[in-house]
Design a protein around this ligand. Structure first.
Ligand SMILES: C[S@@+](CC[C@H](N)C(=O)[O-])C[C@H]1O[C@@H](n2cnc3c(N)ncnc32)[C@H](O)[C@@H]1O
Length: 182
């Protein structure tokens, strides 16, 4: 993830937060799956559609589950990639956290990484709401998110920190009118 590692991001987080990798499109999203999923991981993909990314994740770890609100997509995913006990699919609303928790309990393992793709071009509001819910309820180690608008916004933003504060003070000092000047 560029020059910032997942480990260094973790140092800046509070207990409710985890590093979030934001991808623009399915190519980046799947590359992130290949880079950040390890054998012992238990991974949930939220918005799995026909299951292609879930199956890529499944090649790299012991257990993965894909959920989607559309029954027809889940039927396709099960037919193409379903392997009970290894790659599984369930119909579920991404925002129904009690149902997600019930499913985690049924599976009997904690999802330690979560991939979220509830339509990459949708507005930031519901995407951030979804992100917040999964951070707080599942407390995973890592979330990978697909959202064009959020990634664009991130490129626009610079977090305020002391470094910037000092720079601004220096700049203000430099632009101060000298004594005696009009
Ligand atoms: C772009 S597709 C996912 C593609 C898939 N992640 C992949 O990489 O192959 C987005 C999916 O999000 C699902 N989706 C959108 N809103 C949802 C919600 N509230 N709950 C569950 N699934 C949702 C849609 O049904 C759709 O299948």
């Amino acid at each position: 993830m560029g020059r910032t590692s997942v480990a260094s991001l973790k140092q800046r987080m509070n207990k409710e937060q985890c590093p979030v990798i934001v991808t623009w499109n399915v190519v980046e999203y799947r590359k992130a799956a290949q880079k950040h999923v390890e054998q012992t991981d238990v991974v949930l993909e939220v918005g799995c559609c026909g299951g292609t990314t879930t199956s890529i994740i499944g090649k790299q770890c012991d257990f993965t589950m894909g959920i989607d609100q559309t029954q027809a997509e889940i039927d396709i995913a099960r037919k193409r990639f379903g392997q009970p006990g290894h790659v599984e699919f369930e119909v579920m609303d991404a925002f129904d956290m009690p149902a997600v928790l019930r499913m985690q309990e049924k599976v009997g393992r904690k999802f330690n990484k979560v991939f979220i793709d509830i339509n990459g071009s949708r507005d930031i509001g519901p995407v951030c709401d979804c992100l917040d819910k999964y951070q707080k309820v599942l407390r995973p180690e890592l979330i990978v998110l697909k959202s064009i608008k959020l990634k664009n916004l991130l490129y626009q933003c610079v977090p305020w920190d002391e470094e910037h504060s000092e720079q601004t003070e220096e700049a203000a000092e430099e632009t101060k009118p000298s004594e005696g000047a009009d």
